[in-house]
Design a binder for this molecule. Structure first.
Ligand SMILES: [Zn+2]
Length: 245
């Protein structure tokens, strides 16, 4: 299976099987070094990320931000499995990290991704206009995954036209979203993710990582009237395209 977005293993978690295609994401610099300890097989990818939430919890000035971005660049140079993510816009933290600062940081990281030809995973909470501003300002040619997408089908199409790939996680079921109900109508390519361990409470209490991934695939396959193996094959195909760097 392909999990387009999850976080680093948590303590006590079984190591995911090596055959799994996994894009690990991080939220800030304190996690970046951990990839060196992961002994990843080639199908595990390492996301170097910087989220508004992380910045809201860690005092920083502009010099510190520039240093972090330079650090990401250095890490990417030495990590052939590295990409940038997750980064993005989160209106919930706008009081601590103003939106113009969020946009400028995300814009710089998108530029870096473009310069180094690596994909980006974007986290987005808030008005779609902000995300559009970011994408318009950056105008990059690398693959962009908009992770944890819960918006409308129309927005999904719109993002796809802009060259983004939306990624859908189990929260699409937990919140009974319109998108979940209309999944069979999605006529653009999308990928699947768990965002583990940030999964809906009910799942987290009863299931382990690989079970959550498998049950998400089962649910999606059912809604799309596909065999699960066909869905897996389709996702592997997309993983191969997105991982072409
Ligand atoms: Zn995440």
């Amino acid at each position: 299976m392909f999990d387009a977005h999850r976080h680093l293993p948590i303590s006590g978690e079984h190591r995911p099987s090596s055959g799994q295609h996994i894009w690990f994401a991080t939220s800030g610099p304190d996690e970046w070094a951990l990839f060196q300890t992961l002994s990843s097989p080639p199908q595990w990818k390492h996301g170097y990320g910087l989220l508004p939430q992380w910045l809201s919890e860690h005092p920083h000035d502009q010099t510190a931000i520039f240093d972090m971005i330079a650090h990401v660049e250095a890490l990417l140079r030495h990590d052939p499995h590295g990409y940038i993510g997750e980064i993005g816009i989160d209106e919930r933290f706008a009081n601590l990290v103003p939106l113009d600062v969020q946009l400028s940081i995300a814009g710089r990281l998108l530029d870096l991704a473009d310069r180094t030809s690596r994909p980006v995973a974007i986290h987005h909470v808030g008005s779609i206009t902000l995300l559009e501003n970011l994408l318009e300002g950056a105008d990059v040619g690398i693959p962009i995954i908009v992770h944890g997408f819960l918006g409308s089908l129309e927005t999904a199409r719109h993002l796809s036209n802009r060259g983004c790939t939306i990624s859908i996680g189990p929260n699409v079921w937990a919140h009974q979203t319109k998108l979940g109900n209309r999944l069979a109508e999605i006529d653009i390519p999308f990928v699947l993710e768990t965002d583990y361990p940030h999964v809906p409470d009910l799942l987290a209490q009863s299931l382990g990582y690989e079970q959550i991934l498998a049950s998400h695939y089962r649910e999606v396959a059912q809604r799309l009237h596909l065999q699960q193996t066909d869905l897996e094959e389709k996702m592997h195909g997309l993983a191969t395209i997105l991982t072409d760097w």
